[in-house]
Design a protein around this ligand. Structure first.
Ligand code: MGD
Ligand code: MGD
Ligand code: MO
Length: 765
């Protein structure tokens, strides 16, 4: 095994621009490592192409006119990871017991390659042993039939197709539960809750075309260089058009500073990367609400001034009058709040907030883009709504070149919610399900991710079924969760790669390996296509191009059908096997329940996909007031996350490196941030280091600074000086998830507040 000790650690303290030769080299290395250096590049040419496959990495939209190579470094890495030549066979599990594998690093587990056969954990030998699909389904069905439906959880990570997701949600409801949490509960649920209240849709309002027609882009807490690199193309184009791009982020993310397009020979040769952000403001962690309030305060002051002097209005009063509700309360709040409070909380000066307001006011059409830096705080929902407030002031929703753009994570996470994976029955057309399939769906609210963790900790759950993902690694409170997990009666993991969740298992545990989206999915009626919905609500067809990693694999729809057949009573209106024979039949069912999806069979092949109806994009507001709501935030000055007054308590964000996809760790380098060979760093402001007497490079422990009687502590972090606001630190996710209390989440959305964990640095003596 490759151990941490064999790696050379090198920290250069230098940011590298996104893209460029570094990106080309990094991709070549990974293709070589996965054994696909020769045929991998051909597969990549089908990525995000009409009639090709939709990238398995992020959810950034796929343009109608794709580039010759419509993929980025990280999308290509995700492809290489899935099409790897490496395999985990039953011989691997015979050689390595589960207790031993639990000691392996996450990277090493997934690096073993694709899972190839269904496996069942054998208690006597503590090993996973091969099992037939039939007996796997029979035992799972037998067990589930003995349980109360609400004692089971049907989790989905956001990658599975619309077809698989629809079947998964339907199977869970026929079985009798709305316990359908998904990765979105840890991600953009703050958007789903916040946007629904503000503008009546739980999703963004922009499409790619808006990027081409915008006059100004505001970027809050999202890191496109690493997490949605194809966004750098439209950003680069916008920059070249002279569009101001104003970024708010505690750290200077290289992808938001400079980009060298690896697909443009000129960019690569002239060696001068294009700047991306025209202004970069290093806001304090959780300081966005205050920063935006400052911008709003400046806008309202100018508008009030103009009203007095008879000058041109700064706000779009006609839009505010015709389309919105709640303006006066917000305006009053902005007028009265003190600049000093806003400066302290945001870490930005009044001048910066006023200058941003001036640029915003000059721009006809403004887009606000955001990500986890906004949603993963205790006030995550309010932060989302604050961005909407800013946009509404000048009618920047529902006009070309403007709108709100949450950047979703997993490639189909938004789509899974659209077709029924939700713990909230109010969001699902249950009556239609009841009518079409002749059953009474459960009506009570199910468990979201945090609730599911609580229920597991209090031993109320007997079975956990996982359609993709790595739940135990992704959630907070890792130690307690791992301990409680082994008390589960049944754990079922539908997966492509081995991960920690498979090793921390229940009394009966199965690994059910599935084919990936890049692979050819052959069923009775021939090779099948699937579909996904991107961050801009466009639905795309996707067709695999590679031979499956093993002949024993089954598709996700086939596995869901296997579990459903073994668990549920026969239903004459549902032909699980027939649906699997021909996925067009599943799409017909989706279309029958969700009218937006009618005729998706042909429309999903339209270049750029087809867009669902998003009423807010047309200024139709499905909210409680029938208008777009300005929502006045409660917590502008207050820091909900970290106790005030104690300067030894720092606020920690957990971030992604350039070499990972969530809990999948491709490697130990973060090229963009100049960190090589390790992920066990704590990035700190140098003044804080001096104040706390911490030298560069020393090893420290981190302890969660909460007073709930639980001690959460991890050691082995290397102090690393970094350009980050004082009082803030950064570590990598998922390593530090053990430090996040389960109760530390966004109010109302319950998204774990993974970007604002109060911690203390503990010297090791
Ligand atoms: N290659 C790759 N691609 C991915 C993923 C991956 O792991 N690897 N993950 C996918 C998934 S599921 C998701 S959800 C997305 C995640 O994509 P992002 O939303 O970019 O998530 P993070 O990497 O967690 O980074 C959040 C950014 O917010 C900043 N930030 C943190 N706190 C604050 C704050 O209080 N205010 C502001 N303004 N900024 C803040 C951080 O510095 C960082 O730049 O990416 C998806 N795409
Ligand atoms: N501290 C901290 N915690 C976080 C976050 C953070 O920023 N900080 N981010 C949160 C976010 S935004 C998210 S989305 C969650 C992610 O949580 P999850 O979605 O649960 O985790 P992933 O790491 O994306 O799941 C990886 C696993 O998915 C399986 N897989 C990959 N492809 C497929 C496929 O095609 N089919 C199937 N069936 N399985 C597949 C593989 O076995 C792989 O091991 O983590 C959250 N946790
Ligand atoms: Mo995510």
């Amino acid at each position: 095994m490759r151990g941490a000790n064999d790696r050379q650690i090198k920290i250069t303290h230098k940011n590298t621009p996104a893209g460029g030769w570094g990106s080309v080299r990094s991709l070549a290395n990974i293709l070589r490592r996965e054994g696909v250096a020769l045929d991998g590049p051909r597969t990549l040419t089908a990525q995000n192409k009409p009639n090709g496959f939709a990238c398995v990495s992020c959810a950034w939209p796929k343009p109608a006119q794709p580039h010759l190579f419509e993929y980025c470094e990280n999308g290509a890495k995700a492809t290489a990871w899935e099409i790897t030549k490496h395999r985990i066979t039953p011989a691997f599990f015979a050689a390595h017991g589960v207790a031993e594998l639990r000691g392996w690093a996450d990277h090493d587990l997934e690096q073993q390659g694709r899972l190839t056969e269904p496996m069942r954990w054998d208690a006597a030998s503590d090993k996973y042993q091969p099992v037939s699909w039939q007996s796997a389904f029979e035992e799972i069905g037998r067990e589930l039939r003995t349980m109360e439906p609400n004692q089971t959880i049907w989790y989905a990570s956001g990658r599975a197709s619309l077809e698989a997701a629809f079947m998964w949600a339907l199977a869970a409801r026929l079985y009798g539960t709305n316990n359908l949490p998904d990765s979105s509960n840890m991600c953009h649920e703050s958007s789903s809750v916040g946007l629904k209240e503000s503008i009546g849709v739980p999703v963004g309002t922009t499409v790619l075309d808006d990027m081409e027609h915008t006059d100004c882009i505001l970027y809050f807490g999202q890191n496109p260089g690493t997490n949605s690199p194809r966004a750098l193309h439209p950003l680069q184009a916008a920059h070249k058009r002279g569009v101001p791009i104003i970024t708010f982020n505690p750290i200077r993310e290289p992808g938001l500073e400079y980009f060298s397009n690896p697909q443009s020979p000129i960019d690569m040769l002239v060696k001068a990367p294009t700047p991306i952000s025209s202004r970069y403001h290093q806001v304090k962690l959780g300081g966005d609400i205050a920063a935006i309030m400052g911008i709003i305060k400046a806008l309202i002051a100018s508008d009030d001034g103009a009203a007095k002097t008879g000058g041109a209005a700064v706000l779009d009063h006609a839009f505010i009058a015709d389309h919105t509700s709640g303006f006066d309360r917000l305006a009053e709040h902005a007028r009265t709040i003190a600049w000093s409070a806003l400066e302290t909380r945001s870490g930005l000066s009044q001048t910066i907030m006023e200058a941003t307001a001036a640029i915003y006011a000059k721009s006809h059409s403004v887009i606000a883009v955001y990500g986890m830096g906004i949603t993963q705080h205790r006030a995550g929902v309010e932060a989302v709504q604050m961005i909407v407030n800013l946009l509404l002031l000048r009618g920047n929703i529902g006009k070309r070149g403007a709108g709100i753009c949450p950047v979703r994570g997993h490639s189909n996470v938004q789509g899974q919610r659209t077709v029924g994976i939700s713990e909230k029955p109010a969001l699902v057309p249950l009556d239609k399900f009841a009518k079409r399939y002749g059953f009474e769906p459960p009506r009570e609210v199910g468990l979201n991710t945090v609730d599911a963790c609580e229920a597991i900790l209090s031993h109320r759950i007997r079975a956990f079924l996982m359609l993709g993902g790595n739940f135990v690694r992704a959630v907070p409170e890792r130690e307690a969760i791992e301990m409680a997990w082994s008390r589960l009666r049944l754990t079922v993991n539908i997966a492509t790669k081995l991960n920690r969740s498979h090793l921390v298992h229940g009394e009966i545990s199965y690994i059910l390996p599935c084919i990936g989206r890049i692979e050819i999915d052959r069923q009775v009626s021939g090779s099948q296509a699937v579909s996904i919905e991107d961050s801009t609500s466009c639905i795309h067809g996707s067709r695999g191009v590679r031979r499956p990693a093993s002949s024993h694999l089954r598709s996700e729809p086939a596995i869901v059908a296997g579990i459903a057949n073994a668990t549920l009573d026969a239903n004459p209106k549902i032909d699980w096997d027939g649906w699997v024979d021909n996925y067009a039949r599943i799409r017909a069912e989706i279309g029958a329940i969700y009218p937006d999806f009618a005729d998706m069979e042909t429309r999903m092949w339209q270049p750029g996909g087809f867009r669902r109806n998003i009423p807010a994009s047309d200024r139709v507001w499905n909210t409680d007031t029938g208008r777009a709501n300005f929502i006045n935030p409660q917590s502008v000055e207050e820091d909900l996350d970290t106790a005030k007054g104690d300067r030894d308590i720092l606020t920690m964000m957990t971030i992604r490196s350039n070499d990972q996809f969530n809990t999948t760790i491709y490697g130990y380098d973060d090229r963009f941030r100049g960190i090589k060979g390790t992920r066990m760093v704590v990035l700190m402001n140098r003044d804080d280091m001096a104040r706390l007497d911490l030298d560069e490079g020393i090893e420290v422990a981190l302890a969660t600074a909460t007073e709930d009687g639980v001690s959460r502590r991890m050691s082995g972090f290397r102090v690393t000086g970094y350009d980050i606001p004082s009082g803030c630190v950064a570590t990598y996710y998922p390593e530090t998830n053990a430090l996040i209390p389960l109760w530390h989440y966004a109010s109302r959305s319950k998204v774990p507040a993974a970007k604002s964990i109060p911690i203390r640095i503990v010297r090791i003596v």
